[in-house]
Design a binder for this molecule. Structure first.
Ligand code: ADP
Ligand code: MG
Length: 715
């Protein structure tokens, strides 16, 4: 049997291997291992001296300072718990600017005087680590000769145990800063932005008559899309290994045209993977709730229950890590790239976002009383104002080389940021602005100045799947995140810009009330003004249509198509002003992010282009040449002419890519990113087109890469 066929048959011959879950009945109340490997508040209460536990809780709820005696007591309990769980090592886990997760393991054990090893772990080791940080990108914040960087314990994100067949590891979520205190990671700005939003929202709530709430938390519930493919195909494709996506591959005769995959029944091997990874995630306290097939063949989705932004973001990083790891147990590889297969739907991550008080009130949930509804509309108006004012920054917060295949293409949200409110909510805002009730809503309820609003329905109007930023009943769904992306920065941006808008609206409200305006009238006036000024960002139609692109332009909305177009927004005046005002990121810290992200784009473009040239020259071209010889030897003149001419075009296109792969001298920064996009990646795309044509004519047993029709359908 030719090699290709043999691979397919082996791939299809799956049977549950060592990874099967065993016979535990998970429906028994105490069998489900939720949080089993988490140093959770429940474990802390059980293990810490009563006074220590209370102090730790005060620290968490009121931000009291951490002293060494408290840290020592927590460290001791944590160590004992971890050793009982089989952990021999601990690590501070942090998220450097690459968006990935970093860890460096240290053993608990050290030699004691009499030749035995003793387990030791002090408060100091819990609180602070000092990884040799010289190799993490900092965008110039820290010179490499001053390599010191510190990790600092984040007590608000619980420590956990990662299991391995050969042992276990205590993982301590930490922040990562330079020794001068500048944030070198994704967590510090996220935490700062949560504080900023809480301050603004509490101030506004006081104005609105809420005397109870002490803190507002932003919440996040991410929906993760991903592909699963058999690992044999993965390891046969250098492009998947080096870049996470296929750089070649002709469109298969059958794609997702039949719509037979979305919400379809889940193949057994995939379901086995899902159950196993969900169980692993449950042990880590990640509350996974939903699973289903997605639109593309071999594409799936997982969604957890929402959590506060910091914990939710840490859990999302863990989710991606666990999914990748567990897939291998089932002979699968989990692809998190935004566009692993050209012409097939890519993967994103919907970021469901809201704000809730410590008293359990969701600020974006319409209420039962007119006062509740006015408060809801106030916070909604703040979100609308923030999104309109900072549309470019929001677009930049999801920019990434993988995203450039999705955003703006007709499958994912467009690169233009707009908001979908739903028919009901749009009607309510419209009525407030015009001062008139709508004939289709109960009369008399929407008069301006006597704003007796009706209870808003939870799910007003239709869902609009094409909108990048949609109100979905009690939260906004920012749908433009890429599947491999960290939640941290997009949520940092959301929190910061909404904090700013809430303050701006609160300023106006306060001024009017102080000036003697009736409170309800002033409030309605503020909502009306904000909505009126920012209405251009509201759009309910088809975001994929050409008409919308034209209309958005006439409305003055930004259309930042690619990463090099979007990234400069990180340094826009409005961005710097908001981030400095709320002390989320200083100008220097924003600079460093801009530089690191630009550099990442350039490096990844170059890896793709060089990988593509290598595959073309050393794998595909030889196959094409063999095929030419084959048809020539058979005396098939017409076929030989076709094969020769296509092969000649291929040789030419490879040559052009090789030229483009040599960077021009003295071009750097944004200019180099633009060069990579316009010269290098476009030469690569032209070469791919010819390569994909060759795939369609070269003898199947000569073609060295597994094809889409195999990778996507054999499971
Ligand atoms: P969809 O219909 O968009 O596919 P799902 O039910 O799959 O919706 O996902 C909804 C997501 O929204 C879940 O992850 C859920 O936890 C999250 N979510 C619900 N309420 C909130 C909230 N208040 N804040 C943040 N996320 C939320
Ligand atoms: Mg969704």
């Amino acid at each position: 049997m030719p090699r290709v066929r043999q691979t397919n048959v082996t791939a299809a011959r799956w049977s549950p291997n060592g990874g099967a879950l065993g016979a535990v009945d998970l429906t028994e109340p105490f069998s489900y291992p939720h949080g089993e490997n988490v140093f959770s508040p429940a474990i802390q209460r059980h293990r810490l001296p009563k006074e220590t536990y209370k102090r730790l809780q005060r620290l968490l709820s009121q931000g009291e300072a951490l002293d060494t005696s408290l840290a020592d007591a927590v460290a001791l309990a944590m160590k004992e718990w971890a050793l009982e769980k089989g952990a021999t090592h601990y690590t501070h886990v942090f998220q450097p600017l690459t968006g990935l997760t970093a860890e460096k393991h240290d053993s608990f054990f050290g030699p004691a005087a009499d030749g035995v090893a003793l387990a030791d772990f002090s408060g100091k080791e819990l609180i602070q680590g000092e990884p040799d940080a010289s190799s993490f990108p900092t965008g110039g914040v820290r010179a490499t000769f001053e390599a010191r960087g510190y990790t600092a314990w984040d007590p608000t994100s619980p420590a956990f145990i990662l299991e391995n067949p050969n042992g276990a590891l205590l993982c301590i979520p930490t922040a990562f800063a330079s020794w001068t205190g500048e944030a070198l990671d994704a967590k510090i700005p996220l935490l700062r932005s949560m504080d900023a939003l809480s301050r603004s929202a509490i101030r506004a709530l006081r104005l609105l008559g809420d005397e109870q709430s002490a803190r507002v938390f932003t919440t996040v519930g991410p929906e993760q899309e991903y592909f699963l493919i058999d690992e044999q195909y993965y390891f046969e494709r250098p492009d998947l290994i080096s870049t996470g996506r296929t750089l070649f591959g002709a469109k298969p005769p059958k794609g997702h045209e039949l719509d037979d995959h979305y919400f379809g029944s889940i193949p057994e091997r995939v379901l086995a993977f899902m159950m196993d990874s969900e169980l692993e995630l449950a042990k880590l306290g990640v509350p996974v709730k939903t699973r289903h097939n997605e639109v593309a063949p071999a594409q799936y989705e997982l969604a957890p229950i929402f959590e506060n932004s910091n914990v939710g973001s840490d859990h999302q990083q863990l989710t991606m890590q666990v999914m990748r790891r567990v897939a291998r147990k089932y002979g699968l590889v989990c692809l998190l790239h935004e566009k692993p297969f050209a012409g097939v739907n890519g993967s994103g991550k919907h970021n469901n976002w809201s704000m809730g008080t410590d008293t359990g009130h969701n600020l974006l949930e319409p209420g039962d009383t007119p006062a509740d509804n006015l408060s809801f509309l106030f916070f909604c108006a703040a979100v609308i104002q923030a999104v309109d004012k900072h549309q470019g920054l929001l677009r930049a917060s999801v920019a990434d080389i993988g995203q450039d295949h999705r955003l703006g293409a007709n499958e994912a949200p467009p690169a233009i940021i707009s908001i979908f409110l739903g028919a009901e909510l749009e009607k309510v805002f419209g009525a407030i602005v015009s001062g008139e009730g709508d004939p289709h809503t109960p009369a008399a309820v929407l008069g301006l100045g006597t704003p007796v609003l009706p209870p808003l329905p939870m799910h007003g109007g239709d869902r609009n799947r094409t909108s990048p930023f949609a109100f979905t009943g009690n939260k906004f769904e920012f749908r433009a995140l890429g599947s491999s992306m960290s939640l941290a920065f997009p949520n940092t941006v959301l929190n910061t810009i909404v904090a700013e808008a809430i303050d701006e609206l609160a300023d106006k409200l306060e001024a009017q009330v102080t000036g003697g305006t009736d409170f309800d009238e002033a409030l309605a006036g503020v909502i009306k003004e904000a909505y009126g000024e920012h209405q251009r960002v509201i759009f309910a139609g088809d975001n994929y249509s050409d008409e919308w692109h034209a209309e958005a332009e006439s409305r003055g909305l930004k259309n930042l198509r690619t990463t090099p177009d979007a990234l400069p927004e990180v340094l826009a005046d409005a961005t710097v002003a908001a981030f400095e005002k709320y002390e989320v990121l200083s100008h220097r810290e924003l600079d460093s992010r801009y530089e690191v992200w630009l550099e990442q784009y350039i490096i990844r473009a170059n890896i793709e282009a060089e990988t593509a040239a290598m595959i073309a020259k050393t794998m595909l071209l030889p196959a094409a040449l063999r095929h030419v010889a084959l048809v020539e030897a058979a005396g098939m003149d017409e076929l030989a002419t076709e094969a020769r001419s296509l092969t000649a075009s291929f040789v030419e296109a490879i040559g052009e890519l090789e030229v483009a792969n040599t960077y021009p001298d003295s071009v750097e920064g944004l200019e180099l990113a633009i060069y990579a996009r316009d010269s290098q990646l476009s030469a690569m795309a032209r070469m791919r087109e010819v390569g994909d044509e060759l795939e369609k004519i070269v003898a199947d047993d000569l073609w060295p890469l597994p094809k889409y029709s195999e990778i996507l359908f054999i499971k």
